[in-house]
Design a protein around this ligand. Structure first.
Ligand SMILES: *Cc1c(COP(=O)(O)O)cnc(C)c1O
Length: 442
């Protein structure tokens, strides 16, 4: 794989000459506006929890095809410099799966590695769409020592981007996620792996503590506008390909950040009628993996308050799910601009998919479409099959299926992978941080 270097072209430089910046942030609760200079994650005012959202001076989608990968959408990303990297979503129209399901307009957003279709997301999931803009935003804000907690795919995406660009990174990963930490590039000394013996939530808790130490920067998860708008480029790419905002959107969710991002892209795309009238909403069809389906259960009751889950029960459920990345226990559900609002505004639906259904869907997809997909993507395909069986779709509806990861098997045939080695393994998430920082030699 070619070595990626920092690209010297900067989009903000061009825009800043004209009007200061190509975007600013505003709070979805109180409307307070902020220039984006300090990697801000929250509003300063005291009110209900609420997301910030970027407002771009460009109201039409105008990709710049001369820029690399996802940076083609820089007009609508809260970023500075482009990083070199070919990773972006590709959209194509399905034939075989569509015909099996009796659908005339099934489009697939493929996020992974599939050279025959010009898909070069080398970490093989749409988490790469977060990593590039988050790192670019970090550099623009003159911050460093990013701390990222992940069940695996996010960690791999950040590890690759930071290795390629020699950017300091602290990855906190639950033990089950370490096999996922392969690189298509040389591991870089600035990228440190902290393994926690526990689940995703334990990793998040340790990462939160580390990030609050001085000199470290929290990535922020769903609160990070770069993460959301990066993931939302799946829908931008699809809209350009389809010429419209689709009627339906299918995705498997753990936190639901990708789904929130898809909805936010919908809002941007229709703001001046470029891709349909301003009331056009793409219905969200979101899926979880049985037996861990807390978002589905709370949405069924249409309650806005996400319950605090019983620790022991949640752990046992998460052990049983096939798509381990769909295991977030504290999703951004109730926060203003979060999952509850996304599902409400789009009249969305939740699906519950068993391991057996996911495995069957995975085999069907690989056979018909000709590429392997990751477990979470299989859950989304299974949800689409359920929707067809339950007559929730008209055969002529335009449907976007987000295949959030794929081509791992294909990549492993083409490229020899390297594995990131732990810098420290932690048994007890309450461990003394000075000790950890000492071991890491920060
Ligand atoms: C993280 C992840 C998801 C779930 O994404 P959300 O953040 O919950 O929207 C789905 N598929 C894959 C492959 C993932 O890595």
């Amino acid at each position: 794989m070619e070595n990626k270097k920092l690209d010297t072209r900067t989009i903000t430089d061009l825009k800043e000459e004209k009007n200061g910046s190509h975007y600013h942030l505003y709070c979805l609760s109180c409307g307070k506006e902020y220039p984006d200079t300090s990697f801000r994650l929250n509003c300063d005012n005291i009110h209900e929890p609420a997301f910030l959202r970027p407002l771009y001076s460009e109201t039409r989608l105008k990709p710049d095809r001369t820029l690399p990968g996802i940076f083609q959408f820089s007009n609508w990303l809260p970023v500075g410099e482009s990083l070199t990297g070919d990773g972006k979503s590709i959209t194509y129209k399905s034939e075989k799966l569509a015909s099996m399901l009796g659908l005339e307009n099934l489009f697939i957003s493929f996020n992974g590695y599939w050279p025959e279709r010009d898909a070069f997301m080398n970490t093989c999931t749409f988490k790469e769409l977060e990593a590039f803009p988050v790192i670019s935003r970090l550099l623009k804000s003159h911050k460093s020592n990013l701390v990222v907690a992940s069940a695996g795919n996010t960690a791999r995406a950040f590890a690759n981007v930071c290795s390629q660009n020699s950017i300091p990174l602290y990855l906190v990963v639950p033990e089950f996620g370490i096999d996922e930490l392969w690189l298509t590039t040389e591991p870089n000394e600035h990228v440190k792996l902290i393994v926690v013996k526990g689940d995703y939530t334990d990793a998040i808790m340790l990462a939160d503590r580390l990030a609050s130490e001085s000199g470290f920067t929290a990535e922020g998860g769903a609160k990070n506008v770069a993460r959301r708008d990066g993931m939302g480029t799946t829908v931008l790419d699809a809209a350009l390909f389809m010429g419209e905002v689709p009627d339906h959107y299918f995705q498997a969710i753990g936190s639901g950040t990708g789904a929130i991002a898809a909805w936010e892209s919908n809002l941007k795309l229709v703001q001046n009628g470029q891709f349909g009238d301003e009331n056009k909403r793409m219905k969200l069809h979101l899926a979880q993996n049985i037996p861990f389906t807390p978002i589905s259960q709370i949405w069924r009751s249409r309650s806005k308050n996400f319950p605090s889950l019983n620790d022991k029960v949640a752990r046992q459920q998460i052990e049983k799910i096939y798509a381990k990345v769909l295991s977030n226990r504290k999703p951004p559900y109730s926060v203003k601009g979060g999952l509850y609002d996304s599902l409400t505004d789009t009249n969305g639906l939740m699906y519950e998919v068993s391991n057996a259904e996911a495995l069957e869907a995975e085999a069907i997809f690989e056979k018909l479409e000709g590429i392997d997909i990751v477990p979470a993507a299989s859950v989304a395909v299974a949800a689409l099959i359920q929707a067809v069986e339950q007559n929730r779709l008209d055969c002529s509806d335009t449907i976007l299926l987000n295949v959030t990861g794929g081509g791992e098997k294909r990549l492993k045939k083409d490229v020899s992978l390297r594995y990131l080695q732990p810098s420290i393994v932690i048994d007890n998430p309450d461990i003394d941080l000075d000790f950890v920082i000492g071991v890491l030699g920060v």
